[in-house]
Design a protein around this ligand. Sequence first.
Ligand SMILES: Cc1cc2nc3c(=O)[nH]c(=O)nc-3n(C[C@H](O)[C@H](O)[C@H](O)COP(=O)(O)O)c2cc1C
Length: 191
Amino acid sequence: MRIITLAGSPRFPSRSSALLEYAREKLSALDVEVCHWHLHNFAPEDLLYARFDSPALKTLVAQLKEADGLIVATPVYKAAYSGALKTLLDLLPERALEGKVVLPLATGGTVAHLLAVDYALKPVLSALKAQEILHGVFADDSQVIDYQHKPHFTPNLQLRLDNALETFWQALHRRDVQVPTFHQPQGIAHA
Ligand SMILES: Cc1cc2nc3c(=O)[nH]c(=O)nc-3n(C[C@H](O)[C@H](O)[C@H](O)COP(=O)(O)O)c2cc1C
């Protein structure tokens, strides 16, 4: 089982990245192989000038092809996800998330923008043909107690993250179950 984690904040360390770090630790302990990506892996001009031949982009696309799932984290910027993350998502091939389970995570300064993931990020994940987009986790800044050192969250946020990660893990395993191939029923005569 292999997944990609993608940190969509232009900043590091960052609150939304701390959620991802927590997810990485949890899933690695369950024998899930995690490849971690953040925006600093890409040359800024490759993202800004939409360079589809960016070497880092090619590596990410190749790893995505082999992955079972993706966890993407973003800060809320101006009531949506970060523009820097968009510059990367725009460069992914149209079916980059085909067959993948995706868990979105977001942090924001106000719960007023709690739905930013639903109305802004999820449609993009869907356009990239994600197979299953799970209910995301939104944390407001007061729930992230420490993100500079070891991630530390309020009990409520930690519980919501644990539940979301368990759902993600189960979805990855559901996806792994072999689906019987579809056959035309015997004896149907074609006119
Ligand atoms: C440029 C900018 C715009 C922001 N816009 C919003 C916003 O519209 N709504 C909101 O809830 N928080 C907003 N915030 C606060 C961030 O979403 C919040 O602090 C978040 O946890 C930062 O995540 P990060 O540390 O992973 O970058 C904004 C912050 C910045 C720097």
